[in-house]
Design a protein around this ligand. Structure first.
Ligand code: ZN
Ligand code: ZN
Length: 358
């Protein structure tokens, strides 16, 4: 059985759990390799069961080495209940952050079907394992980062006043797909002019104009793993204020990249950029955390933010994305993806960061 499953079993035994139900798609994929849309896993000390319906039986058999595939379909509660009874499971962990109330209610049936069984809410057991990436995962994230970089190089050749933000978003998404992405890792953000002051300005019908800052935040999915890149460019010649704002964000980002190292607290890394931005007089204009983990999900632990208590470790892949947002004026954000290694931070994205004027 793979090392991921072994690590979860270790975690379960520390928590006194006989079994664990895994339903969250990313956790399911991480443990079993299953990429279909419908399945549940039950892991015990010596069994690894994957329940799915007839549509996915063949796929599951080929993807999920080491897992016993059980056909269940709509009778999952009943079929799994029989398996839990056979194993005399007493304490069954479930993902309390992700299961709906209705699902948990239906799983309560097992407390009647299996003598002595009780459901135990667990928090982020698999997510905490997923924070540190293995070699295969890092390769996928690197490829996703490369696709985003290459797409950015392309967009610079077509970006011009007269396009709408939606045109730009569509082009980014299409070009990432052409370069091998299976999709976008989140809804592409294109925010121009005054709208660039919106940190999460989803592309609108606004037409790009000369003098606009254009912030593009986008990412590719490759083999399930994501990249996440932001660049702000200027259409035409930037004003002194625009140049000043850009340079502060750039220096804040570079300070954080230099500071990033394993065995520091997430909050310390956040401070490396935040203290600089505060000192430049933009204390209230950087209203989000410095970054977040990336992997099978776009926002994973660790969260790099004010007060963030996660310890940064080698093998973690995180974003570093300071921004300054000035209402009625505009904003700048610069975001790279970073792999923490034993010695330092290695930057996975390489799109240029000098202020590009088109
Ligand atoms: Zn982003
Ligand atoms: Zn991000």
């Amino acid at each position: 059985m793979n090392h991921r499953v072994a690590a979860l079993r270790e975690r379960m035994s520390q928590a006194g759990l006989d079994a664990m139900l895994i339903a969250k798609p990313e956790n399911r994929r991480y443990l079993s390799g299953f990429t279909g849309t419908s399945a549940n896993l039950i892991l015990t000390e010596d069994q690894a069961l994957l329940f799915t319906d007839f549509r996915y039986l063949e796929q599951a058999s080929s993807q999920c080495t080491g897992w016993t595939i059980v056909e269940s379909g709509s009778s999952f509660v009943e079929t799994a209940g029989d398996a839990l009874a056979k194993q005399s499971v007493r304490s069954l962990g479930f993902e309390s952050f992700d299961l709906s109330f209705a699902s948990v209610e239906s799983f309560r049936t097992w407390e009647h079907m299996v003598e002595g069984l009780r459901l135990v809410p667990t928090a982020k057991f698999v997510e905490s394992l997923r924070m540190v990436k293995d070699v295969d995962e890092i390769e996928c994230i690197k490829k996703a980062a490369f696709i985003a970089d290459d797409t950015f190089a392309y967009i610079l050749t077509v970006l011009r006043p007269g396009m709408t933000e939606k045109d730009v978003a569509l082009e980014l998404e299409y070009q990432m797909r052409l370069r091998g992405a299976s999709g976008s890792s989140f809804t592409t953000i294109v925010a121009s002019g005054r709208r660039s002051a919106l940190p999460h300005g989803v592309a609108s019908n606004k037409v790009l104009e000369s003098g606009d800052f254009v912030t593009m935040d986008f990412g590719a999915v490759y083999e399930g793993y994501v990249s996440d890149v932001t660049r702000t460019v200027c259409l035409g010649q930037p004003s002194t204020e625009q140049r000043e704002l850009y340079n502060i964000v750039l220096e804040a980002q570079e300070r954080a990249l230099d500071a990033a190292a394993p065995h520091m607290l997430a909050s310390e890394l956040d401070a490396a950029a935040r203290n600089f931005i505060d000192a430049k007089g933009y204390k209230d204009a950087f209203g989000h955390g410095l970054g977040h983990g990336i992997g099978l999900e776009i926002h994973e632990d660790p969260r790099i933010r004010l007060g963030g208590e996660d310890m940064l470790l080698p093998g973690m892949t995180i974003t570093i994305e300071p921004g300054i947002y000035v209402p009625q004026f505009g904003g700048v954000r610069i975001e790279d993806d970073v792999l923490l290694t034993e010695q330092r931070a290695s930057v996975l994205t390489s799109a240029p960061k000098n202020l590009i004027c088109l």
